[in-house]
Design a binder for this molecule. Structure first.
Ligand code: CUA
Length: 153
């Protein structure tokens, strides 16, 4: 091989590596997965896996609640939640089928809920009112119907 050919080969290979690094190729290749360190779960066995074998609302302290919720086409279980004003609510969520969204209007809650992963969110509800809970990831024919409410009073 001619010497200048080698030089150019080396240079162009170096350029490719640089571009890969610059575009974050490495991080994609090394950690193919969701951005945060979410806990995982077998999406086929959600009903048998704690805590999702017993979804619902549990009071765990003064003004502190834990909600274990499953999302599935096209509902939130449990839905229609109710808390006293000033409550801190810890949500533990997973999907039983496809990717859903968990967005609560007038709060900062806006999360993706994926099958195989457990999503945890904590939110304090100070203002009384009815908060609309929406799925904001397209999940099929009934996506628009997938909504519930959180009432704070
Ligand atoms: Cu669930 Cu859209």
């Amino acid at each position: 091989m001619h010497r200048s050919e080698k030089v150019w080969l080396t240079l162009s290979f170096g350029m490719i590596m640089l571009f890969m690094l610059a575009t974050g190729y490495q991080s994609y290749a090394l950690e193919m997965g969701p951005p945060s360190n979410m806990e995982t779960i077998d999406p086929q066995k959600v009903d048998q896996t704690a805590p999702f074998d017993n979804p619902g609302v549990k009071q765990i302290g003064d003004n502190e609640y834990e909600v274990v919720m499953t999302l599935q086409v096209f509902s939130f279980n449990p839905g229609k939640l109710e808390f006293p004003a000033g409550s801190t609510v810890h949500f533990t969520l997973t999907s039983k089928d496809v990717v859903h969204g968990f967005q609560v209007a007038n709060t900062n809650i806006n999360a993706m809920v994926m099958p195989g992963h457990i999503q945890k969110i904590t939110q304090k509800f100070d203002k009384p009112g009815e908060y609309l809970v929406l799925c904001n990831e397209y999940c099929g024919a009934g996506h628009q119907m997938m909504a519930t409410t959180i009432t704070v009073k």
